[in-house]
Every structure is written in structure tokens, then in C-alpha cells.
Design a protein around this ligand. Structure first.
Ligand code: SAH
Ligand code: SF4
Ligand code: F3S
Length: 492
């Protein structure tokens, strides 16, 4: 029996105990290699894609640190580089291949270097084939369903010296209680569900993230309580369609009910969530948002297209009118709500008329901001083989018109807060001027104001004095926490 077979035989079968066993074994191996190398082995995790991937990366970092690897911000200096990939649009994939190419030169110079690839791109068989053929220096490939097995996979690679590939088609498992290292001390993403069952016809996510499954509400609440005890004041509840939360649980529970449970957590100050699907945004949720003291007055409500004809082809299961009615209903219940959206331009068969319908919705809703995307063909999705793919020139021209409209409305909408007093969660020292700090209002707008780094993680009351389109300059008017109250005197 070799060392790896021995470990396998000895390892507990239940999770997460099995992974803690491999973290310990891995730590012994990493310590030995660090001694050989003459320096502690380092890692760098680079994340592509959405907040879901960002949260997954925090889990990867937690496991790596537990195994004795040290964080290194510079990808080119790290002994273990991990790309957590995204495949929602083709340009996300191209960036990964570009970066991988650059790493081959560096890997030749560092005998201890390993490269790991995970995330959504790895769920596509043709991607894995391409890497096996053209990027043979990659050490480890795994997918979205088995990131909890990261420690075991690293140990397998360290013991075997060959490329290790472990990608699962789907899973019904959710493994709780693994280590994770939050990027921010004061805010955190929290998975409430995984996967997606909606199959919008352009979208690859259901194929790479598998079927919808919800976490147990008790596990979610317990995790948030722990975060709060550790200094977190804001959580972002994450799911591809949070409105379907709880449907598959043994004791079904609605998303609105979950929000009410989370609202009760003492010390938690702000609740955000991403992403609700317009087709099943319930009256119950609107009511809960209207009454809540902690849920931010911000709703990201992806439109995708304003044309009912295109929406049907997209399999979005709402019409233009239903979407607009929903917006009216939300605004009636939560008058000062900020609305943001995602829009795709150039879906197959989109005509000028269809595009004008999208512009019409943009003008009617007047979003605070919008993410606009050029349609990207994803192999395996129904839209990829639809007729009348729109020519790149037309897509580009429409995209620019849309962007202009979105930006000019957004500048107008955002300017309404000038001279108002708002609560801002301070997130960082300003990138360009270190006498300023940067924070976010409940509606997600950025505010820069004069303040000390000690304000980071605090909710601060700020008067918004200058509007610069997408951000504000402000002045602190009072500080919320007791410790800060003594340190920072009233400023006007
Ligand atoms: N679950 C979320 C979105 C996940 S993907 C939702 O339903 O809103 C984030 C955004 O990427 C989508 O809202 C969509 O606007 C965009 N997107 C997804 N697939 C795309 C594609 N093939 N081409 C261009 N944009 C796409
Ligand atoms: Fe993709 Fe639609 Fe699911 Fe969002 S709801 S992840 S756009 S399939
Ligand atoms: Fe990308 Fe996967 Fe998120 S494809 S957008 S990282 S779910």
C-alpha cells in the first residue's frame, strides 16, 4: 500500500470530518515541502465571475490556510495559483486561457509551483479536454460541485505527481462546517441556495451549477450569527434565483420567511440579496421588504429584454407588461427603493423594434444602474442554435445606444440624493486619496468622505454634498458606534 492508498483507507467516510483529516495530512506535506523549498509555500486564488464564485473562493482560501499555505497577493510569486473560473460569457473564458499562458513561463522557473483550476468553466467537458491537450502543466482540475473536497484533491496531487481531474456532473449534497476565510471583516456573502432550474435559453449557469438545492434555514441562521459575533454587520444572501428558496426543503419555507428569520438576528444591521427572478417575486416578499428595518432598499431585478417576444424566446416567463406592473407594485410598497438590472443586447432574432422595447422599459423604470451585456453564444444552450443570430456590428451599435441611455438616466436618478443625510457602511480607505474613506449607502451607491481608517466596518451618518454621477462626496455628521463617538467629534 502506498502512502496515498494508506491515507484513503484510514480517512473517515463522513463529511466534513473526512476533509479535516486531509487538511491535517496536507499540512504535514506542505510543511515538509516548505522546508525543502526554503520558504513557506504560498498561494494566490484569483476569482472570475459572480458573487457566488467570490464566496466559493473564500472557502478555498479557508482550506488552504488550514493546510499551512500562506496568502500571496501577487499571482506571479505564488507557489500555488488557483483560478476559480466563470463561463457565463465567452470573454470570461478567454481571460483564463490568457492568464494560464502567462503562468507557464513562471512555472518552469519554480519547481514547487502548482496550478489549480476550478469553477464553472471546468464543468464543460470541452474545456477540460482543451486543458489536457494544450495546458499540460496544470496540476489540478475540479468543478463547482466538489469544492468541499479541495483538501483531499490537493493531497492526491501532492502524493501522485500527475494531473488530478475530478469534475462531477451534479450533486444533491451540501457540506456544512468547512473552514472559510472572509475577504472583508464587516460584510459577507452567505449562500442560501445552489444551482438553478430556470434554464433561460441563453444561459449556461444551470448546466454548470446543477439543480437547485437550498441550505437548511438553521444552518444559514447559525452561520450568520457566527459572522455577526465576529464583527459582520452586512450580509448578502446569494442564490441564482432567491425567490425559489426553500421549495426543495423537507419542510418548505419561502424566501420571505427566511428573510424574517434573518432579520431577528441581533447585531446584524443590513441584509442584501442577489438575485431575485421577476417571474416569481411574491407579494409576501414585497410586504416583508416594505416593513423591514434591515433589508436594504435596493432590488436587483434582471430585465434581460423589454420585448415580450424576445422574453418568450429567452424562456424568462414574464412579459414586458408583467415586469412593468411588478415595478409599480414594488415602488408603491417601498417608495424610496433603488432598482438595478441586467440587460442582454443582441439575443438571436432581436430586431430594431424589439430593441426599442428594451429602451422603452429603461426609460419607464429609470434604473439607478444597469449591467448591460452583449449576447454571447454558449454552446449547449438552446439559444446557441437559434436562427437569426444578430451580426456583431448591430449588437455593438445597439449596445452603445443602450449604454448611453442607461448612463444618462442613472446620473439623473442618482443625483436626487444631493444634500440628504444617509447611512453609509464604510468599506475601505479611498484608492486615490488616503485622507478619504469609501462606503456604500443602503441603495449601493458609493460615497467618499474625509475620515480615518478606523471607521472601516462602521455605519456612519453622512451628508451628501457633491454628486458625481455614480458616486457622492460627503461629510460625516455623526458616528454610530460608541468607540467611534468618542474618537471622531461632530464634523460639519
Ligand atoms: N441568476 C441571475 C443571473 C446570473 S448570470 C439572473 O437570473 O438574473 C448574470 C447575468 O449575465 C444575467 O442576468 C444575464 O444578463 C447575463 N448573461 C447570462 N448569460 C449570458 C449570455 N449568454 N450572453 C450575455 N449575457 C449573459
Ligand atoms: Fe441563468 Fe436564468 Fe438561472 Fe439566472 S435564472 S442563472 S439567467 S438560467
Ligand atoms: Fe459565472 Fe458561474 Fe457565476 S458561470 S456568473 S461564475 S455561476
Amino acid at each position: 500500500m502506498n502512502e496515498l492508498e494508506y491515507m484513503r483507507a484510514e480517512a473517515p467516510l463522513e463529511e466534513p470530518q473526512r476533509q479535516y483529516y486531509f487538511m491535517k495530512k496536507g499540512k504535514e506535506l506542505v510543511t515538509k515541502l516548505s522546508e525543502e523549498a526554503g520558504h513557506p509555500l504560498t498561494f494566490c486564488v484569483t476569482t472570475f465571475g459572480c458573487q457566488m464564485n467570490a464566496r466559493d473562493s473564500e472557502k478555498l482560501v479557508g482550506i488552504l490556510e488550514q493546510m499551512g499555505y500562506i496568502n500571496e497577493a501577487d499571482e506571479e510569486k505564488a507557489d500555488f495559483v488557483i483560478f476559480n473560473t466563470c463561463t457565463v460569457r465567452e470573454n470570461a473564458n478567454q481571460r483564463v486561457y490568457g492568464r494560464l499562458g502567462q503562468l507557464s513561463r513562471i512555472k518552469k522557473q519554480n519547481p514547487y509551483m502548482m496550478i489549480g483550476l476550478c469553477g464553472c468553466m471546468m464543468q464543460e467537458a470541452e474545456v477540460v479536454e482543451k486543458i489536457k491537450k494544450s495546458y499540460r502543466y496544470v496540476d489540478l482540475i475540479f468543478g463547482t460541485h466538489n469544492i468541499y473536497k479541495f483538501a483531499e484533491l490537493i493531497v492526491t496531487r501532492l502524493e501522485s505527481n500527475r494531473m488530478v481531474i475530478d469534475v462531477w456532473k451534479d450533486t444533491d449534497q451540501i457540506v456544512e462546517e468547512l473552514p472559510n476565510e472572509r475577504k472583508y471583516s464587516f460584510k459577507s456573502g452567505v449562500n442560501i441556495m445552489f444551482g438553478c432550474n430556470n434554464f433561460c435559453s441563453y444561459c449556461i449557469v444551470p448546466y454548470v451549477r446543477g439543480r437547485e438545492r437550498s441550505r437548511n434555514p438553521k444552518d444559514i441562521v447559525r452561520e450568520i450569527e457566527r459572522f455577526v459575533a465576529d464583527g459582520v454587520v452586512e450580509v448578502m444572501l446569494l442564490g441564482q434565483n432567491v425567490n425559489s428558496y426553500g421549495k426543495t426543503l423537507e419542510e418548505p419555507m419561502s424566501f420571505a420567511q427566511l428573510l424574517q428569520e434573518i432579520e431577528k438576528i441581533e447585531g446584524l444591521q443590513r441584509i442584501r440579496f442577489m438575485t431575485p427572478h421577476p417571474k416569481d417575486l411574491s407579494d409576501e416578499l414585497i410586504e416583508v421588504m416594505g416593513q423591514s428595518k434591515k433589508i436594504c432598499k435596493h432590488l436587483h431585478l434582471p430585465l434581460q429584454s423589454g420585448s415580450t417576444r424576445i422574453l418568450e424566446k429567452m424562456n424568462r416567463r414574464y412579459t414586458k407588461e408583467q415586469y412593468l406592473n411588478l415595478v409599480d407594485k414594488i415602488r408603491a410598497a417601498v417608495p424610496d427603493i433603488s432598482l438595478t438590472t441586467d440587460i442582454i443586447v443582441g439575443f438571436p432574432g432581436e430586431t430594431e423594434e424589439d430593441f426599442l422595447e428594451t429602451l422603452d422599459v429603461v426609460k419607464k423604470v429609470r434604473y439607478d444602474s444597469a449591467f448591460t451585456f452583449q449576447y454571447s453564444k454558449r454552446t449547449g444552450t438552446p439559444a446557441a442554435v437559434m436562427e437569426n443570430q444578430v451580426s456583431p456590428d448591430v449588437v455593438k451599435e445597439r449596445f452603445e445606444r443602450l449604454l448611453k441611455e442607461v448612463q444618462s438616466i442613472s446620473a439623473e436618478v442618482c443625483s436626487v440624493y444631493k444634500d440628504t443625510i444617509q447611512e453609509v457602511l464604510v468599506e475601505s480607505v479611498n484608492d486615490h486619496d488616503d485622507s478619504l474613506v469609501t462606503g456604500r449607502m443602503g441603495n449601493n451607491l458609493l460615497v467618499h468622505f474625509s475620515g480615518k481608517p478606523s471607521l472601516i466596518g462602521n455605519l456612519v451618518t453622512v451628508k451628501l454634498t457633491e454628486c458625481h454621477g455614480f458616486y457622492y462626496i460627503g461629510e460625516q455628521v455623526c458616528v454610530k458606534t460608541d468607540s467611534e463617538k468618542t474618537e471622531n467629534k461632530f464634523q460639519q
